[in-house]
Design a protein around this ligand. Structure first.
Ligand code: ATP
Ligand code: MG
Length: 161
């Protein structure tokens, strides 16, 4: 059972980026957060796991001299986080299979992995009543979007009488 609560999606992203740069000593992740601050109704640990998966893929499959962009925003009653890389992309005929268990694409040759990452990440998004979608253009790059339910911007109890 997910443990749902009110969490800042930009806060979760900033935390992951800090861990990543401390662990690798590099600064490939570039963040951009929308206003107002995007508050999600989610399980923080599961959301971190989803985003860590997406960031790992972006870093692993795009050349090491290219940045990886991570943006957050509120869109109506949902919040989104998009992880965008400027790598080789994924051929159109492979894209429908990426979320299948153990599926690895033709571009994964020579890299480590089990092919479970996206399958698990989508599952973890959906048990939080969110979703995960992927858009990739060969020779341009890949963008994965995590959707989560938005939480109220103000804390419960903040309302004026
Ligand atoms: P792991 O279980 O370690 O995550 P994996 O990375 O191979 O292994 P997935 O994360 O599920 O598995 O990704 C499935 C396939 O999708 C990858 O093997 C790769 O071919 C392709 N892929 C995923 N993300 C990207 C990306 N950002 N750019 C290009 N290809 C990608
Ligand atoms: Mg992966």
């Amino acid at each position: 059972e997910p443990s749902m609560g009110r969490h800042s999606l930009s806060g979760i992203v900033d935390h992951l980026c800090r861990l990543q740069s401390e662990a690798t000593g590099t600064q490939r992740l570039k963040t951009q957060h929308g206003t107002p601050e995007p508050w999600a109704w989610c399980d923080r640990a599961l959301t971190e796991q989803v985003l860590a998966n997406l960031v790992n893929n972006a870093l692993k499959y795009s050349p090491g001299d290219r940045p990886v962009r991570i943006t957050t925003a509120r869109e109506g009653d949902r919040v989104i986080c998009q992880v965008t890389d400027f790598g080789p992309g994924i051929p159109a005929d492979e894209q429908p299979q990426l979320f299948e268990r153990f599926y690895r694409g033709s571009n994964a040759t020579g890299t480590d992995g089990t092919g479970l990452g996206l399958n698990i990440a989508r599952h973890l998004a959906r048990i939080q009543h969110g979703d995960l979608t992927l858009l990739s253009t060969p020779d341009e790059g890949t963008r994965v979007t995590l959707w989560l339910p938005a939480a109220d911007t103000r804390e419960a109890g903040d309302e004026q009488p």
